[in-house]
Design a binder for this molecule. Structure first.
Ligand code: PRX
Length: 632
């Protein structure tokens, strides 16, 4: 159960061996699980051909490894504490036995509705234990789950359902986060108007808000569960069968459905959690993410259960009912391992320090961050105020596509440096490339981050679009996986992620494509063309700045900004709303019609002294107009 690496020297040795002989390394990890049939081949395929496979011929069910395997020894151990939005809601803890029973029952429900192996099921739910139960039940019957973050709009939900051709949707009547009610069933109804493929909707009651009901399509979770049997034999899956599809934004077009598979993903998320967090059997591990993101998939649901840990499902926000909530929850459950986002840390460090100091945080042993670069000030605050200078900080770099953590300290083993994800985990071989496709050797260098060898947790495809998979990840640098991130390797060989090098924004750790937001804004009847760039934001890391040309005079720019906000919230999600908009006479374009975002980025960041070469613009005078204009 404990990590097999316990010192920095050992890390270096194991890492070296693991990249020299990756098959031996990963085979040994895979052997720690229950398989129905052992694999014939540890690994095959290549980045060049985009046909990577792990543990081919192996047969398993991931939920037997998450649940059944622990029942004999740890059936009474808590798998999840549930911390509801309202801190005064009564306690609810699910033991491994109870979770197993619920998952088996819901697996029988799904089968009774005709869902089977390979069918896609969309999940659009609140953060209650039921989201984990629904997810695991899909995995148990071999259905491919596609969780859609419950902050996404009806249209985003519909896009995802249509893309993966889901036949069932599981949702709630509504959810409450902080003081906000989100009417999930109503949003789902709207989405389903354009999703004729969905025949069944299962609604789990959470809030008790009024909802519409479509007879013959909608059924209550509790009605279906009332008569369901708790006996369920897990479907035996091939290692390379898809486990789930999760959509993520890229630089162009609609979000891409990343496909993760059963055997490789299981092996990868389990071993990375163990190595990075150095968790043990008595630990209480809390990842504050939402199950709708990859962090929730890998390190709230699958990773902790595979390791037999006690985790927490948190329904609320760091600010509700006050900015001490995260620390109060740490104290309440005596959390030992805590994993959150730099945005949450930056927001909370602005609040009165008494919210921290009023809580007993002495149980904490390891602190983690994920999703975006962490600035030094936030790192030190986290270290000193939350960790009391005693808890190693693991700044974990990874992506939806990577399935699990890739570059990260191992807690207490890798010497850390603020702002650095430090060194690659075992089995991972990063490199930096220049724009001409050459590997940049040595230290104290900067370039585009790539990975040199396949690993078991990597995305196996973009659902339904192999060409997009190849173009996005493998064709830029043949033989390498291209991450889309820029990175520095310092004089000690430590990696520091500098941010995306493509047109992807990272707002509060949420990944957003500029093209998606531009397309949403272009829908406004007064907008001719929009150009989105990111700019430094002291809490969100990156803010959304929207420049746009309009076809008529805008008399009230503030009211207009509200219309743009509402439009973006409706088409994508409130998380994508612009922080600032500016109406301009013209956008800086090259002769070939390409918007020069480099210039807009500088203007948005207030760095107007150093705009670089503007001579290739069709009309360089637009730049001065933009600098002189006003943002709202
Ligand atoms: O730019 C990197 C940033 O988040 C991107 C991946 O986003 P997503 O697929 O939504 O997954 C987020 C959770 C794993 C990366 O390309 N990113 C992630 N972790 C870090 C980071 N940037 C800097 N430091 C990190 N630790």
């Amino acid at each position: 159960m404990q990590s097999d690496i316990t010192s920095f020297d050992e890390y270096k040795k194991v890492h070296q061996q693991s990249i020299t002989d990756k098959e031996a390394y990963w085979e040994q990890k895979a052997e720690t699980f229950d398989w129905h049939r052992k694999w014939d081949k540890v690994h095959s395929g290549s980045f060049e051909d985009g046909n990577v496979k792990w543990f081919e011929g192996g047969k398993l069910n991931i939920t037997e490894n998450c649940l059944d395997r622990h029942l004999d020894e740890h059936g009474d151990k808590v798998a999840f504490h549930f911390e509801a939005n309202d801190p005064d809601e009564g306690p609810r803890n699910l033991t491994y036995s109870e979770l197993h029973e619920e998952v088996c029952k819901f697996a029988n429900v799904l089968e009774s509705k005709g869902v089977g192996k390979g069918d896609r099921v969309a999940i659009y739910m609140a953060m209650t234990p039921e989201i984990a139960i629904a997810t695991l039940a899909c995995a148990r019957i071999g259905a491919v789950h596609s969780i859609v973050f419950a902050g996404f709009s009806a249209q985003s939900l519909a896009d995802r359902i249509q893309d993966c051709d889901a036949e069932m949707l599981i949702t709630n009547d509504g959810l409450e986060r902080g003081t906000k009610l989100v009417p999930l069933k109503e949003i789902s109804d709207k989405a389903l108007q354009s999703c004729p493929m969905v025949n069944d909707v299962i609604v789990c009651q959470r809030v008790g808000n009024d909802i519409d009901w479509e007879e013959g399509r909608d059924e209550w979770w509790h009605d279906l569960m009332a008569n369901a049997s708790a006996d369920h034999e897990a479907e035996v899956m091939e290692a390379e069968d898809p486990l789930f599809i999760l959509y993520t934004s890229g630089s162009t077009g609609k979000p891409k459905g990343q496909v993760h598979t059963c055997g490789g993903y299981m092996t990868y998320v389990s071993s990375t959690l163990k190595n990075v967090f150095q968790v043990g059997q008595d630990d209480v591990y809390w990842c504050t993410a939402d199950a709708g993101w990859i962090t929730g998939h890998s390190y709230i649901i699958y990773g902790p259960l595979l390791n037999g840990l006690t985790g927490i499902i948190f329904e609320s926000t760091p600010m509700h009912p006050n900015p001490g909530r995260l620390w109060q929850v740490c104290e309440k459950y005596e959390v030992t391992h805590f994993y959150t986002s730099p945005t949450a840390i930056r927001a909370l460090m602005k609040e009165d320090i008494s919210y921290v100091r009023d809580c007993d945080l002495s149980s904490l042993e390891v602190l983690g961050t994920v999703g975006e670069p962490i600035n030094e000030e936030a790192w030190h605050w986290y270290d000193e105020e939350i960790g009391n200078g005693n808890c190693p900080i693991v700044d974990t770099w990874w992506q939806t596509e990577t399935g699990g953590m890739m570059i990260s300290p191992m807690a207490g083993i890798t010497p850390t440096k603020p702002g650095y994800a430090t060194l690659p985990l075992p089995g991972i071989e990063p490199a930096l490339m220049d724009e001409d496709g050459n590997e940049i050797e040595g230290n104290d260098v900067q370039g585009n981050l790539v990975i040199k060898q396949p690993w078991p947790g990597m995305t196996r495809g973009v659902w339904g679009n192999h060409e997009r998979y190849m173009n996005t990840y493998f064709n830029k640098y043949p033989g390498y996986y291209f991450t889309g991130d820029g990175c520095r390797r310092d004089e000690d060989g430590y990696y520091r992620i500098t941010g995306r090098v493509d047109d992807v924004l990272n707002v509060s750790g949420h990944r957003l494509g500029t093209a998606e937001i531009e397309n949403a804004i272009d829908e406004h009847n007064k907008v001719v063309e929009a150009a989105i760039v990111g700019y430094p934001h002291d809490v969100k890391g990156e803010g959304v700045f929207a420049f746009m040309t309009c076809n008529s005079e805008i008399a009230d720019p503030e009211a207009f900004k509200k219309e743009i906000d509402d439009l973006v919230a409706k088409i994508i999600s409130p998380i994508a709303k612009p922080d600032k908009i500016q109406i301009v006479q013209g956008l800086p374009k090259t002769r070939s019609g390409k918007i020069m975002r480099r210039i807009l980025r500088k203007i948005a960041a207030g760095e107007t002294d150093d705009l670089g070469d503007t001579s290739t613009l069709v009309d360089p005078s637009v730049v001065d107009d933009i600098i002189d204009g006003q943002a709202y």
